[in-house]
Design a protein around this ligand. Structure first.
Ligand code: FNR
Length: 403
């Protein structure tokens, strides 16, 4: 089709356009989720179960989507951030750097994946002093590799916190991703299928040179950096070397020795673990309620359910640490509902990757533009002019409470 991202009116249309543009292996890796995709589908549906309670006779001339995160340390123009996602260059050569440029335009936070397809140095290069990033850590079996990465991160002042992912100590079973590689390999009669990009960590490289150029748009050419074995799909290949033995009483003290940056724990899915996280403040300054976009444990709860649990069983943690959410965000109304429930910020994973695949940097900009405009419209129609004013009075959660 000759459609461009500018023609797309919503995130579903951007996903459809990306589907037409990117190669099948990239599509399968991005789209995939664990087992039967139950959690992936619940992630978005949960938002539809919450109803909004708009007030009338409210002057909505002004609407300000800006907010601050981590006890006001981070200032952003929108409460929407880009989640860490591996291998952005699979979708478009602009890669994670393109995402960074789009985030700069909207003054949005970006969390760089441990398995990014460009080095952190490349991704933040050119960022202004007020552009903020986090860096996501998958602790490696060989801890010295993670310690070395942390030292590199400390040299990059735009990176303000470490996002420690906990919900995928082993990879989930993602059959779309796995099947795509099996099919292609049996058709080719070989195992020579390869990827165009290497992950910054697995390559062990501390250089800031440009990764191998693509030999054609979205061509899959080079498997280096993935241990050579992609027969189980991209996801499984990327997880090689990731530590499965993280624990509250050993991992956080180890991390304290190697970084003084604030920690955000990603992939927390119960009120019990949110409470435990809050006991580790101020080292831990936030929790990202997430089920990894449904890619880890299928039938794990949507972040919204966990947020509801927290409100019921340990609401005091909302005053102590930041709660962020991700998973299934497609509309401004989704963003606003999460904020009403007490989330400080809302992340998009696939939406940013679809934007990138559909139109490179401009595609990610379009995703943020749409979400920002929809969030503003929602706030105005609710009768709210500022992010901090959003609260439980603006939503009806009765359907979710029945669960
Ligand atoms: C991810 N996610 C992820 N999370 C993480 O901590 N480290 C990573 O490297 C990745 N990689 C990754 C790749 C791809 C292709 C996807 C789709 C997701 C999970 C991500 O940060 C986030 O939790 C979800 O993507 C949020 O759900 P939505 O917005 O995709 O529905």
């Amino acid at each position: 089709s000759t459609q461009t991202v500018a023609d797309c009116l919503n995130l579903d249309e951007i996903e459809k356009l990306a589907d037409e543009k990117i190669n099948r292996k990239a599509w399968a890796y991005y789209y995939s989720a664990a087992d039967d995709l139950v959690t992936k589908s619940h992630n978005n549906k949960a938002y539809g179960q919450i109803l909004l309670r708009p007030r009338v006779f409210v002057d909505c001339t002004l609407c300000d989507t800006s907010t601050t995160l981590l006890s006001s340390k981070l200032k952003v123009d929108i409460p929407i951030f880009v989640c860490p996602a591996a291998m952005a260059r699979l979708g478009h050569p602009d890669g994670e750097k393109g995402i960074a440029q789009a985030c700069a335009k909207y003054s949005a936070l970006q969390i760089i994946s441990n398995n990014a397809s460009m080095t952190p140095e490349q991704i933040v290069a050119g960022a202004g002093s007020d552009q903020v990033f986090g860096w996501q850590l998958y602790v490696q079996d060989d801890r010295s590799k993670s310690e070395k990465m942390l030292r590199r991160i400390h040299a990059l002042p735009n990176i303000k916190f470490i996002c420690l992912t906990l919900d995928a100590p082993v990879p989930g079973k993602r059959e779309h991703d796995e099947r795509e590689w099996k099919v292609k390999q049996s058709m080719a009669g070989s195992t020579a299928s390869t990827l165009p990009v290497r992950s910054s960590l697995q390559s062990g490289s501390s250089s800031t040179t440009t990764p191998d150029p693509l030999t054609g748009p979205h061509r899959i050419t080079d498997v280096e950096g993935l241990g050579g074995d992609t027969s189980g799909g991209v996801g499984n290949a990327l997880f090689a070397g990731t530590a499965p033995d993280l624990k509250w009483d050993t991992t956080l003290p180890w991390l304290a020795k190697h970084t003084s940056l604030p920690i955000i724990l990603k992939g927390v899915q119960t009120h019990e673990d949110v409470y435990l996280a809050s006991l580790h403040a101020p080292q831990v300054q936030g929790v990202l309620l997430s089920n990894h976009g449904g890619r880890a444990l299928d039938t794990a709860p949507p972040a919204l359910h966990t947020l509801m649990e927290v409100r019921k069983y340990c609401p005091e943690v909302l005053e102590k640490i930041d709660l962020w959410v991700d998973g299934g965000i497609k509309r401004g109304t989704d963003v606003v509902k999460a904020l009403c429930l007490g989330a400080k910020a809302v992340g998009v994973g696939r939406a940013a990757l679809w934007g990138l695949g559909a139109g490179g940097t401009a595609g990610v900009e379009r995703v943020l533009e749409i979400l920002k405009a929809e969030t503003e419209t929602c706030m105005r129609l609710l009768g709210v002019g500022k992010v901090e004013e959003l609260g439980m009075q603006h939503i009806n959660t009765r359907v979710l409470e029945r669960d």
